[in-house]
Ligand binder design. Sequence first.
Ligand SMILES: Nc1nc2c(c(=O)[nH]1)N[C@H]1C(S)=C(S)[C@@H](COP(=O)(O)O)O[C@H]1N2
Ligand SMILES: [Mo]
Length: 202
Amino acid sequence: MSPVSRGFRHLTRAPAGREGRLPPGQYFTEGFPVLSAGPTPRTPPEEWTFSVTRGGQAVKSWTWEEFQGLPAEDITVDIHCVTRWSKFDTGWRGVSVDTLLAQAGVDAPFVMAFCDGDYTTNLAAADITGGKAWVAFGFGGGPLAAEHGGPARLLVPHLYFWKSAKWVRRLDLRERDEPGFWETYGYHMHGDPWREQRYAGD
Ligand SMILES: Nc1nc2c(c(=O)[nH]1)N[C@H]1C(S)=C(S)[C@@H](COP(=O)(O)O)O[C@H]1N2
Ligand SMILES: [Mo]
């Protein structure tokens, strides 16, 4: 689903005893493929902000320094790309979306994530609240590499990984669910790997 892809060597079955962690139609990889629909944006920290808007109206914004001061968590999760690779036990550090929305003091049933580089993806608010999603800025004990979405990306591990928007800069809360970048090209509006919601109609 992307013009840029590498690291697909060594797609295998899950290691013994861990088969149950592989959703249907997925393969196990120890690598960490990079999937980006365009060039890697590089926003310097002093220009970076993260914003929550509602219906496009400004609600709350954090500078990089302010964002680093928010309570952060270490997260270890399996991730599943719709191109069929899954990676187990990935270790991240980030701020819970619950924390961000609580500080912003807003609520709505749907969210559109906006990124540097014009990528978007749609999510139900219920899929990114209740301890299910983070804005992650760390990976593997260090900063998040630019090709993997640094300085910060959305992490929504229970949905296919295209919902985990790299270089995320804004969450817009909205009343209606509208398709983002890949969803416009026929990918599923929800994207649950356990229900194999790859394409519209799945
Ligand atoms: N901004 C942005 N976010 C993105 C993408 C992208 O092209 N642009 N690709 C998505 C897809 S299809 C996947 S599988 C993951 C890949 O993340 P990775 O490159 O860190 O493995 O990022 C998702 N988030
Ligand atoms: Mo993907």
